[in-house]
Write a protein of this length. Structure first.
Length: 420
């Protein structure tokens, strides 16, 4: 059974690798076409119906590109569609969400001090939030509000801020950030699948049938594409945040996420303005820097301390020490004591509420290993990173011995085998 943990880790790695590759393809094509669209030039010699053109050089050759707002007079023999980059990115991302957060819901998704629910309920909440998010966003875009791009963007930002706060009331801080990214990425990919590509197909069908395509189809697709452009950078931040507890492990994490969305707007505004040859809005960089400094301050701002009685404090300590049912077998295993001693001796110098290793101010990835409950909850990660591999401690700075690593392996494998 313990071999399954290794296979599962490699499955997660493969899904993550695929997700990164497809995301690069999608973001690259998206940024390219936005820059191309903004940089199109108009002149009197353009063919009938052409909106603009651009000459580009790359890879030793020249490219002559022309854009038609609706469609050319006749259907070209070869037409390249850009859609699978988006679909593959979302599908691989959802697979990774399932592998890491759904399969490991008791550890990564649920924080019972925030919302005490079972794993199936937490997963259902996750799925419903993604579906309802797209439905609400789509309704807003198709409502009269959608005719005013600025007012629509402000409303959508308010929705994202509300979701940032809402997710922190449902899941762990790490899962909240990841879900906010997935919520936004679902909107982006659904824009491609539900609006942009269908509208383009309608235009092609009209062109083939000899009908004049409806210009509104192109305008609607362009609006959704613009939204995707401004949402891309925040999504990247949220997807990377699980490596940085300073981002998600604070009571102000939802405010940090809200500021990240604004940073995405200011950065993209600079690039979009430059691509459109409409000036050089240098103010965007100081504004972005101010927001980043605010985020840095919020990540370490003093926590709100609520006075409690000795009885309440004892109750809190009891919750901290309680071992969740899925992990109890790791504590009751006969080999637990040896593994626990290895972990507390070699790992807690960093993985504690107050790390003792110089330069480490917060537990890496927010993982603390000071109690039996914490060690049991992170048994698989300890086994993979300190038993099966030498990834931890990094550089073996705490001098973990081979005997201690073997003790961890024996403990984990024994506990897993006991379930058979």
């Amino acid at each position: 059974m313990y071999e399954f943990a290794i296979a599962w880790e490699w499955l997660a790695f493969a899904a993550r690798w695929l997700h990164v590759i497809t995301a690069i393809a999608w973001i690259g094509s998206s940024f390219y076409f936005i820059a191309l669209d903004l940089g199109l030039r108009k002149h009197a010699d353009l063919p009938d119906g052409a909106h603009g053109e651009e000459w580009q050089v790359h890879g030793g050759g020249f490219y002559h590109i022309q854009k038609y707002l609706v469609a050319p007079d006749r259907m070209p023999e070869h037409l390249t569609w850009f859609k699978w980059e988006s679909y593959a990115t979302w599908l691989s991302g959802f697979a990774l969400l399932a592998i890491v957060y759904y399969a490991g819901a008791d550890l990564y998704l649920i924080d019972r001090n925030v919302l005490d629910v079972t794993a199936p309920v937490a997963i259902l909440i996750s799925l419903l939030s993604l579906a309802l998010g797209w439905a609400l966003y789509d309704l807003l875009c198709k409502s009269p509000l959608g005719r005013d791009d600025t007012l629509l963007m402000v409303t959508l930002y308010a929705l994202l801020v509300a979701m940032a706060w809402g997710y922190t009331q449902l899941f762990t801080g790490r899962a909240a950030f990841l879900h906010l990214g997935a919520f936004t990425a679902t909107i982006m990919s659904a824009n491609v699948f539900m609006i942009i590509i269908p509208n383009q197909k309608k235009v092609v069908a009209d062109l083939v049938a000899g009908r004049t395509p409806d210009p509104k189809l192109g305008l609607q697709a362009k609006q959704r594409s613009t939204h995707n452009n401004y949402l891309t950078l925040p999504v990247l931040f949220l997807m990377l945040s699980n490596h940085y507890p300073l981002a998600f492990g604070t009571q102000y994490n939802w405010v940090i996420a809200s500021l990240v969305f604004l940073m995405g707007v200011t950065i993209r505004h600079w690039f979009n303005t430059r691509h459109a040859r409409k000036g050089n809005p240098t103010w965007t960089w100081p504004a972005t820097a101010v927001m980043l400094i605010a985020i840095m301050w919020l990540s370490t701002a003093p926590q709100q301390i609520v006075p409690s009685t000795g009885e309440a404090q004892a109750s809190e300590d009891a919750v901290t020490q309680e071992v969740a049912p899925p992990f109890q077998r790791f504590v009751t295993d006969a080999h637990f004591e040896s593994a626990r001693d290895a972990v507390t001796t070699r790992c807690t110098m960093c993985h504690s509420q107050t790390p003792g290793y110089e330069g480490i101010l917060w537990a890496p990835k927010g993982v603390t290993l000071e109690t039996e409950a914490e060690i049991a909850a992170h048994a698989r990660e300890i086994y993979l990173q300190s038993g099966r591999s030498h990834a931890m401690p990094p550089g073996n700075v705490s001098q973990m011995t081979e005997a201690e690593r073997q003790a961890i392996n024996t403990w984990y494998e024994s506990a897993v085998e006991a379930r058979r």
